[in-house]
Design a protein around this ligand. Sequence first.
Ligand code: ADP
Length: 246
Amino acid sequence: MSGEALLELRGVSVSFDGFRAINDLSLSLRQGEMRAIVGPNGAGKTTMMDIITGKTRPDTGVVRFAGHDLTKRDEAAIARLGIGRKFQKPTVFEALSVRDNLLLSLKGLRSPFALLFARETAEEAGRIDALLETTRLAPHARVQAGGLSHGQKQWLEIGMLLGQEPQLLLVDEPVAGMTDAETMATADLLRDINRTRSIVVVEHDMEFVRALGVGVTVLHEGSVLAEGALEAVSADPRVIDVYLGR
Ligand code: ADP
């Protein structure tokens, strides 16, 4: 893919009651890139995601995505531009099968009851089969989502987001609470998805970040403290200071 910026934040700041949660933050993501965002609690990671998705409006600065100024759009409009966000806690419909959860998402429906009046088209069936393969859930297609493991629920929700064909996927701490095997499978899954989509992933688990093998941005006090390969960033004395609290 080309090297042009898909997402760009420039000089972004936001304060809550006089406290600067994001402070002159600049960050750029290339088309096709996957980036890990790390940083101690309170560094501003969640607020940054909130700004990108339009949940929080910055006080100053520029946020651009695929040539659009995001600061002038609301959350729904930003989602329609092709930004999908996966929150930490999975929100699948537990009483529905894995397959029906994916169907609901493809149809853009919000209520399981709406499925009573909806038919799966051949085109949707094909797309669901592909999503089941991508998310490693094909053997569980007919299982109720409530019966999946925690990790599998997270993969299902990622599949539901992919059904909306986002260009950019924002993923918040996807491996929190996962087993080691699920964590490594999630790294594989995100690498697969990254073949066709850009990804920003906020994560504390450094083994997972290592397994992703992507560039890392360290946030601290609402700005970028360091950026680069994990090895270089984790050897940076400023990063060590922040993490060890010296
Ligand atoms: P992280 O996700 O890196 O842990 P956050 O983005 O959640 O950090 O928070 C950054 C800082 O902004 C924290 O000090 C937090 O208390 C503060 N903050 C975040 N959202 C709000 C809010 N809505 N009102 C007041 N303070 C907030």
